[in-house]
Design a protein around this ligand. Structure first.
Ligand code: ADP
Ligand code: MG
Length: 318
């Protein structure tokens, strides 16, 4: 016999994550009751993943549990916020206990890394859709926004770019990606450790979900600056480098989606910080360009000539 809605919540979600002292009442009533910290701003964000749109039909449920939470945590990282609470709205075609077991494991393994508590959600029947709202906290002095960049600052990114897009491209051609790219696509690691270091130091930040050009473009627009990017400085994995270099396929790291790395700007006087951060960080931080007074983003080849992309980042409804 198939489980009821309440059985599913009880079995798979009610004790999924560790408890926090600031959760006065968690799953089980009409609302969760939460005690925000005085003097901290709440950072709140929602992201939805739809089967066939954001992930391939039949995608591995453990990875889905991880990724749907990771993309939300990545938004907190981009603001410099510390994770607190999360709610999960699941739309499922049917109650599949194998799927629920693996999904909830992927979700909780990541949540427990950051003492994030699942405080509620919703369960409905329909096409597979995962919608997550996440809450974090950050002080007003330390919050990272898109709007704080000035001209002649360093443009930096975490990790490597284009791995997830490369994995997806291979999968769509029926080729199995190597493990590094498959993990980048399935289980991105939200850059919360880096975010902690950036708080109060970076002038602006964003997480790269729609491709570097599109997302750095948001920083530029919000901050009323432009930027130049040095293509030979882009951090690329071996496999992506081999795919990009022969035909100058820079669109892969510049416009491929789903990186979930951070892009941020830093005053030049803070350049030394990057070396010290890199000595002990979850990933490498690389300087890839500079903000400029001109509008727009210019991509420069090593000889100083301009390279023009054929595509921008991913946009729904375009
Ligand atoms: P209501 O009918 O008042 O909206 P529900 O019956 O949908 O409440 O949910 C009962 C409790 O279970 C609530 O506390 C809700 O937040 C929680 N809940 C429902 N679905 C989920 C889920 N997928 N994950 C975590 N908690 C959930
Ligand atoms: Mg409900």
């Amino acid at each position: 016999m198939s489980l009821s809605e309440f059985d599913v919540i009880q079995k798979y979600f009610s004790n999924l994550t560790a408890g926090r002292a600031d959760v006065k009442l968690g799953i089980g009533d009409d609302c969760a009751l939460l005690q925000p910290t005085a003097d901290q701003l709440l950072a709140v964000s929602t992201d939805t993943l739809v089967e066939g749109r954001h992930f391939l039909p039949g995608a591995d449920p453990y990875s889905l549990g991880h990724k749907s939470l990771a993309v939300n945590l990545s938004d907190l990282a981009a603001m410099g916020a510390e994770p607190l609470w999360v709610s999960l709205a699941l739309t499922l075609p049917s109650v599949d206990e194998n799927w629920l077991g693996a999904f909830s494991k992927g979700f909780s393994n990541l949540a427990r890394q950051f003492s994030l508590q699942l405080i509620g959600g919703d369960l409905t029947q329909g096409p597979l859709t995962i919608s997550i709202s996440i809450h974090g906290q950050v002080s007003e002095q330390q919050v990272l926004k898109r709007s704080g960049a000035s001209e002649n600052e360093l443009v930096c990114v975490t990790g490597t770019l284009g791995d997830a897009a490369f994995a997806l491209e291979l999968l769509q051609k029926g080729i199995k990606p190597v493990e590094e790219q498959q993990i980048a696509l399935d289980r991105p690691q939200p850059r919360l450790q880096t975010a902690q270091k950036l708080r109060g130091q970076a002038s602006a930040a964003i997480d790269i979900s729609d491709g570097l050009l599109a997302d750095l473009g948001h920083i530029c627009e919000s901050s009323s600056v432009g930027a130049e990017i040095y293509l030979d400085q882009l951090p690329l994995s071996e496999a992506v480098r081999e795919a990009v270099l022969p035909d100058h396929r820079w669109e892969l790291p510049l416009s491929g989606g789903d990186d979930y790395e951070l892009c941020f700007t830093l005053p030049e006087s803070h350049q030394d910080l990057i070396d010290s951060w890199n000595r002990n960080n979850e990933c490498l931080i690389t300087i890839i360009g500079k903000t400029r007074s001109h509008k727009g983003i210019q991509c420069l080849l090593p000889d100083g000539s301009l390279w023009t992309p054929k595509t921008k980042g991913f946009e729904h409804f375009s």
